[in-house]
Design a protein around this ligand. Structure first.
Ligand SMILES: Nc1ncnc2c1ncn2[C@@H]1O[C@H](COP(=O)(O)OP(=O)(O)OP(=O)(O)O)[C@@H](O)[C@H]1O
Length: 302
């Protein structure tokens, strides 16, 4: 079991005005990054979130990972509220963030040390997962000796090695070249078939979403909510056949997703040029009264 449920999840961030407020300023105005996300991701599902830049995708993934807490609402895993990070969930980010002084093998075994797995078993498990991501023979290489795609494979192996029930992936392939990205997508589907993990995957690529997902959620421009969820009508077993991207189902689904997304992308572009007033939820009057309404939203405070 590893079902994820989000119930009316809201998340705000403070707006930091570098001139007048500091980090601990409780009176600093806030804006809604997420404004009532409701979602149910089934155990074993490959669930993808698409949305315009800044709509709150990473914020949502961080909430599931327990890296941050909602202001309102709840995230439940198998019915239990998330109360912080845990080894039941592993996160893979856009940047692999490997320890440069550790070999590939020792990067993968790192979290197993935290789990107090005995040394011989750690090594065996790390080798197994490096092999699963196609890196047999590269165990003793340091990160600077690996390509970008290889480093990301190590990061995926590190995440899988702790045998999490849920794999959270935040644009894991965004920094890779186009060919490596397609190879990694195929490999990820194979790994998913072998490990049967629940996967929550964030991407900006509609093509990637259609190729990987069982279901895709499209988020609105901020404040982010789920605009719609669509089932991908392509059986899992046909994803790995060479020409799935030129099938009618693939092309039609990609088109449908773009139709749903483009309106939000336009809105997001408009918001990024304007003020918080435009993206404040209608019911948050205290925020509307905030004195610094013209501060751009990409000014992070926490
Ligand atoms: N720690 C933080 N402090 C303040 N604001 C934040 C913080 N984290 C995110 N934000 C803001 O919340 C909004 C949502 O950010 P988030 O990173 O979740 O969006 P995203 O959809 O993942 O964007 P992208 O696709 O560009 O990565 C943005 O306006 C962002 O600037």
């Amino acid at each position: 079991m590893n079902n994820i449920e989000a119930i009316n999840v809201k998340k705000t961030f403070k707006i930091r005005n570098a001139k007048t407020s500091n980090k601990g300023d409780a009176s600093a105005p806030k804006f809604y990054a997420l404004d009532g996300v409701n979602l149910n991701i089934q155990a074993g599902e490959f669930f993808v979130i698409l949305g315009p830049s800044g709509c709150g995708k990473s914020t949502f993934l961080d909430l599931i990972g327990g890296l941050t807490e909602p202001d309102e609402g709840e995230i439940l895993i198998d019915g239990k509220p998330v109360e912080g990070p845990g080894l039941d969930r592993a996160i893979v980010f856009q940047q692999p963030a490997l320890f440069p002084w550790r070999t590939a093998l020792n990067n993968v075994s790192f979290l197993l040390e935290a789990k107090k797995v005995e040394k011989n078993s750690r090594e065996e498990i790390a080798r197994k997962y490096l092999s699963l991501v196609g890196l047999t023979g590269f165990e003793d290489r340091f990160p600077y000796e690996l390509s970008g795609g290889m480093k990301q494979r190590v990061a995926i192996a590190r995440a899988l090695a702790i045998n999490p029930e849920i794999l959270l992936m935040d644009e894991p392939f965004a920094a890779l070249d186009a060919q490596t990205r397609e190879v990694m997508q195929i490999d990820l589907l194979k790994i998913r078939d072998q490990t049967q993990k629940t996967v929550l995957f964030i991407t900006h690529s509609i093509d990637e979403a259609v190729f990987l997902a069982d279901r895709v959620a499209v988020m609105t421009a901020r404040p982010g909510v789920i605009k719609t969820i669509i089932d991908i009508p392509i059986p899992r077993k046909s994803r790995l056949s060479n020409d799935v991207r030129i099938t009618r189902e693939f092309i039609e689904t990609r088109h449908k997703l773009w139709e749903l997304l483009k309106e939000e992308v336009v809105k997001a572009q408009k918001y990024s040029k304007s003020s918080i007033e435009d993206c404040t939820p209608a019911d948050s009057r205290s925020i509307k009264k905030a004195p610094v309404l013209s501060i751009p939203l990409d000014t992070r405070s926490e």
